[in-house]
Design a protein around this ligand. Structure first.
Ligand SMILES: C[S@@+](CC[C@H](N)C(=O)[O-])C[C@H]1O[C@@H](n2cnc3c(N)ncnc32)[C@H](O)[C@@H]1O
Length: 360
């Protein structure tokens, strides 16, 4: 259970309020449709009225064959209690004269039929359910913190968790999912791969990257500062910020994960120098991985987008967080954690090795 200080930290940490756009969700979710049939989906960092995750699953409830959809909102979200136009055609925008709510709430949907009798089944039926059916929208007892007892109880009941969790709590979020053995698809920063809570999971193939990764636009609340770059305001007055190195973390299998990377470069000691302080060769671009080197290779974290567990194994990462990640590849007498080439420091690396028996 989160104490008050955590709650206040999170509300102070403005970097947590990045709302995911519908297109990004639709594009990614397309890769995993089969995983959702008959499943109970939970979006536990998602005010249903501000979250396109809730909107996506509500819209696709029948086509995915969901058993249920639950979304919970968090008390300190800056837009909570100001209902947004969830049922509009495009992105969620603030609804004029929005009704005010007083406490965080959850929405649980178990079926979507032609509730309003207009001859079609669509989002307006979800809206009808929320407005008219008892027990669809209910107030939470606490603040909606994903770590609170009532939210953990909802987590235990769920089959698949899908959301963009607060970045500042990513480690805790991931640990909670693993502790409860949940299937998940969540947005995060790619650098999280090297967190001590995440790297062992990636090495054991318990967690991997989803399909899309890169620089993505997120909606941000009105009080977010305007910036010269990676910032825009759209025709609705909605502020957007572009975030780099964003990816999906998941344990749902999908096709691209099994595609083999085509390698055509050949090893030469000149092109692929060995680190001064790690027992591996330096490859600064994933596409340059040599097809004929069987030893250890240091690659940038972006390699994870192309990682196929049948082609490569991940054997470690550069030392950081006061924890040894390189599993013996680091010559600790160098006293420098970053990989060095002729004394020049390189950015954080993941170490990989071609799987034995895999053809070039
Ligand atoms: C990155 S935003 C994403 C919101 C939404 N999931 C989306 O993708 O549009 C993370 C959300 O988590 C909420 N949040 C922050 N701390 C939380 C906590 N401890 N428990 C649940 N939600 C939290 C924030 O208020 C914010 O709305």
């Amino acid at each position: 259970m989160a104490g008050n200080s955590n709650l206040h930290d999170s509300s102070r940490n403005k970097q947590d309020e990045f709302y995911t756009n519908l297109q990004l969700i639709e594009d990614e979710l397309d890769n995993y449709r089969a995983h959702f049939k008959g499943k109970r989906v939970l979006c536990n960092c998602d005010d249903p009225y501000e979250s396109n995750f809730f909107k996506y699953f509500a819209m696709n409830f029948n086509s995915l064959g969901l058993k249920s959809l639950t979304a919970t909102c968090y008390a300190t979200s800056p837009v909570v209690f100001t209902q947004l136009d969830l049922f509009g055609k495009g992105e969620i925008v603030k609804r004029k004269n929005a009704p005010k709510r007083k406490t965080p709430y959850k929405i649980v949907i178990t079926e979507v039929g032609d509730e309003n009798g207009d001859g079609r089944i669509d989002l307006s039926d979800v809206e009808w359910l929320i407005r008219n059916k008892k027990n669809v929208l209910t107030e939470l007892k606490g603040d909606g913190d994903f770590r609170s007892a009532e939210c953990v109880a909802l987590l235990k009941e769920a089959d698949v968790v899908v959301t963009n969790p607060p970045f500042s709590l990513f480690r805790e979020y991931m640990s909670l999912l693993m502790e409860h053995g949940k299937k998940f698809l969540i947005v995060g920063n790619m650098n999280a791969v090297t967190y001590k809570e995440v790297l062992p999971l990636v090495m054991d193939n318990k967690v991997w990257l989803g399909n899309k990764a890169g620089h993505f636009w997120f909606m941000v609340p009105p009080h977010y500062e305007e910036k010269a770059t990676d910032f825009k305001i759209d025709e609705n007055g909605q502020k957007w910020r572009r975030m780099g190195n964003i990816c999906w973390f998941t344990n749902l299998d999908f096709l691209k994960r099994h595609e083999k990377m085509l390698l055509w470069k050949h090893y030469t000691p000149e092109k692929y120098p060995k680190y001064d302080n790690y027992d591996a060769i330096e490859v600064s671009k994933t596409a340059d991985i040599p097809c004929d080197w069987d030893g250890y290779i240091g690659v940038p974290i972006t390699f994870m987008q192309y990682y196929n567990p049948n082609q490569f194994e991940i054997v470690g990462a550069t030392e950081s967080e006061g924890v040894g990640f390189s599993f013996g590849l680091w010559d600790s007498s160098s006293e420098v954690a970053q990989p060095l080439i002729k004394g020049v420091r390189k950015y954080k690396r993941i170490f990989i090795r071609r799987k034995k028996g895999v053809t070039k």
